[in-house]
Write a protein that binds this ligand. Structure first.
Ligand code: GDD
Ligand code: MN
Length: 385
């Protein structure tokens, strides 16, 4: 008989947790037609072997052992693609999600909700004893999502949820299975008409194994949100790049003001091309090159990043590319401040220098964008293969 409920358990190195987790679910659903699908990415600790063993005595416990694919969201998509139930239920296999609320989730779906979300942020829910940083990050990610996207639930980041099978098959082909935020993808793409129910639960502490959340996941979360909101118009990598660029402008101006206030003098060079060298503009640029490289390497182009000592090579290439930008910026500044302004009869005041530098920075940024995305970090990815 076709199962009513498909419970999807993504696992990576959960050998110490998986058996108890599955037994807990079986207890809860003993009177319902269910199937449990574990999607394991060939865990080195042999999680898959434990599930294969359980399958021998209970054929409702199934395993997908993925050999080449990796990642939580894509694991859930793999599971849902073969799930036979009317309702899909996703939960962590590390005992942090409370299986006793599963019947309430199913209840919500029976009552007409399309999606039921286990929430840590409504009355009756909690996050357990996370450290302060994790708590703040989680709250910030939540607020940011609610600000950018029209999703009005208290915990759009939750990894504990249930949905009707047609919701998955309606959105599945557009889901970008990156990172951890599968629920967000589904909700973001399902359209406004869907009905969402929330069930508070206490997020338990991990007893065995460790979390797989890391920097690249925080980054892919940001990309997911930006992509859902602006993806139609502009690539999210470009948006991250612009964010870094924007921070670079601030650093650049900060450096400029700093060195102006120290009283660094402009230099006469004797070159026809650049007769006067504005030193404080130059130091502002150098400071921003350093911060831009660090941020782009570990954020914008994380997947293509230069690793360890190779980062020095990357920095040199980035500096080389930026050198062109420096000349563009210096040239534009020179043109505006020393040629255009005097011709317009304006006094060389500080505010005008600031304005000229701002315009010069903007032009240089565009040249740099193009070269870095097409050369510097493509180069990194090739060099490390
Ligand atoms: N197949 C597969 N592949 N499973 C994975 C992978 C992967 O690459 N990475 C993690 N998992 C499994 C883990 O084995 C666990 O069962 C579940 O996914 C959750 O992973 P954790 O690493 O324990 O996540 P967490 O507890 O830090 O994060 C939880 O809270 C987040 C919000 O704060 C999860 O519920 C997330 O889904 C949720 O977004
Ligand atoms: Mn966990």
């Amino acid at each position: 008989m076709r199962p009513k409920i498909s419970v999807l358990l993504p696992t990576f190195n959960e050998a110490e947790n998986i058996e108890r987790c599955i037994s807990g679910v079986i207890q809860i659903f003993k009177n319902i037609e269910y199937e449990i699908i574990v999607i394991d990415d060939n865990s080195p600790d042999g999680t898959w072997a434990i599930v294969e063993k359980m399958h021998e005595s209970n054929s409702r416990v199934k395993i997908i052992r993925r050999m080449t694919e990796k990642g939580l969201s894509s694991a859930i998509v793999s599971g849902m693609s073969i799930a036979e139930g009317e309702y899909f239920l996703v939960m962590d296999a590390d005992l942090q999600h409370d299986e006793t609320v599963l019947p309430q989730m199913i209840q919500k779906l029976e009552e007409g909700c399309d999606v039921a979300v286990g929430t840590r942020y409504a009355n009756g829910g909690s996050t357990g004893s996370w450290n302060l940083i994790r708590k703040l990050l989680s709250i910030a990610a939540n607020k940011f999502t609610q600000f950018i996207l029209p999703i009005r639930i208290t915990d759009p980041m939750s990894g504990f949820f249930a949905l009707k099978r047609e919701i998955f098959f309606r959105t599945g082909d557009r889901i970008n299975p990156r990172g951890f935020k599968i629920l967000l993808e589904i909700l973001g793409r399902a359209g406004n008409g869907i009905k969402i129910g929330e069930i508070p639960f206490h997020f338990k502490n991990r007893l065995h194994g460790e979390t797989k959340i890391n920097n690249s996941i925080a980054r892919s979360f940001l990309i997911t949100v930006l992509d859902l909101r602006f993806g139609k118009w502009i690539s999210s990598t470009f948006l991250l790049y612009s964010l870094v660029g924007l921070s670079g402008v601030i650093v650049n101006l900060f450096g400029f003001v700093l060195f102006e206030s120290i009283g660094v003098k402009d230099l006469a060079t004797g070159f026809e091309l650049l007769p006067i060298f504005p030193s404080s503009v130059f130091f502002g640029i150098e400071l921003s090159i350093i911060s831009n490289f660090i941020l782009n390497n570990y954020f914008t182009f994380y997947e293509n990043r230069y690793k360890r000592w190779d980062a020095i090579r990357g920095f040199l290439i980035f500096s080389g590319v930026s050198a062109l930008g420096i000349f563009v910026q210096l040239g534009i500044f020179e043109l505006l401040f020393y040629k255009a302004l005097p011709r317009m009869g304006m006094e060389p005041r500080f505010e005008l220098r600031l304005f000229c530098d701002l315009v010069a920075i903007s032009v240089a940024m565009f040249t740099n964008y193009f070269l870095n995305s097409n050369f510097t970090w493509l180069n990194a990815a090739k060099g490390q293969q």
